[in-house]
Design a protein around this ligand. Structure first.
Ligand code: PAF
Length: 287
């Protein structure tokens, strides 16, 4: 595995691969890998001849009072994990190369960026869309792979690629959970043992919603009330949003007809966690 931090070198390598007829997969990340990242990499390893994983903690997607400075970083650990999965290139561009002095171009996916996380993190998806478009331009992969935990992000990126005619297939992969159900996230490392226990309320709420729908509930209020009840009964929690939205448009829906995404963002202590699930008349099976 090569670690490349120079953008021009990354371009040259990707161009050479394309010249040899190789398919390229890109997994964009902000590092501090966990099994969720590794599952995206394993998928990419199978889906293409060459696998690039980008590691860039993107300042443009953090608000002024967010956790940019303390976001967990450990390049040596990440490189070891990526190497084991068979990553070809770990692409680690420096911030000065991504946003040099004079930088002033941003892309914004208007409607999809507004609700849910967009409402409490103004500018976040503009930062995400911009950096993902830059990475797609730098690597020019055939396929780019993202986790469904950041479901709104995935929808924003799908729209971005479609609207701007980016010749890439955007793939969304299922959420990877800890054994007890907590969705994997680099931010889980911020949780104290007590908060870690409280954080399980997100998965408990998701499971309760799925069970409700399995038993015939279809209305927004019945689902949201159950979810709200579980979260508010859990110590150290503060609800940012609990929403039931159309899976494509992310507009609020009144019923599960035939399906909807339940999306939640909850502060546990000082850590903001997100999770989501598809609620569907037909697809529900195991949790
Ligand atoms: O999901 C992430 O880790 C980031 O938002 C992404 C897609 C790598 C863009 O910085």
């Amino acid at each position: 595995m090569e670690i490349i931090s120079d953008v021009a070198q990354m371009r040259r390598m990707a161009r050479a691969w394309r010249g040899q007829g190789k398919r390229i997969a890109l997994v964009p990340t902000m590092g501090y890998f966990h099994d969720g990242h590794l599952s995206l990499m394993r998928y990419g390893r199978e889906a293409a001849d060459k696998l690039v994983v980008s590691l860039f903690v993107n300042p443009a997607q953090f608000g002024p009072n967010e956790d940019l400075a303390r976001y967990p970083r450990d390049l040596e650990r990440d490189a070891g994990m990526a190497r084991e999965v068979g990553v070809d290139v770990l692409f680690t561009p420096p911030a000065e190369a991504m946003y040099p002095p004079g930088y002033q171009t941003y892309v914004s996916v208007e409607e999809l960026s507004r609700p849910l996380c967009g409402a409490s993190r103004p500018g976040h998806f503009k930062g995400v869309a911009t950096v993902v478009l830059k990475l797609l331009n730098q690597v020019q992969p055939d396929t780019a792979i993202f986790g469904e935990k950041d479901y709104q992000q995935l929808q924003v990126i799908r729209r971005l690629a479609a609207d701007l005619d980016v010749p890439v297939e955007i793939v969304g992969r299922p959420i990877v959970r800890e054994a007890d159900g907590l969705a994997m996230s680099s931010r889980n490392t911020y949780l104290s043992p007590e908060e870690r226990a409280s954080a399980l309320c997100l998965f408990r709420a998701i499971r309760a919603a799925r069970e409700l729908v399995l038993s015939g509930a279809r209305s927004r209020e019945s689902v949201l009330e159950a979810v709200r009840g579980i979260i508010t009964a859990t110590p150290h929690t503060d609800i940012d949003y609990i929403s039931l939205v159309h899976p494509d448009t992310l507009r609020e829906v009144d019923t599960i007809d035939p399906e909807a995404r339940l999306a939640l963002a909850v502060r546990v202590g000082k850590t903001r966690l997100i999770d989501n699930t598809l609620l569907s008349e037909s697809l529900l099976c195991c949790v």
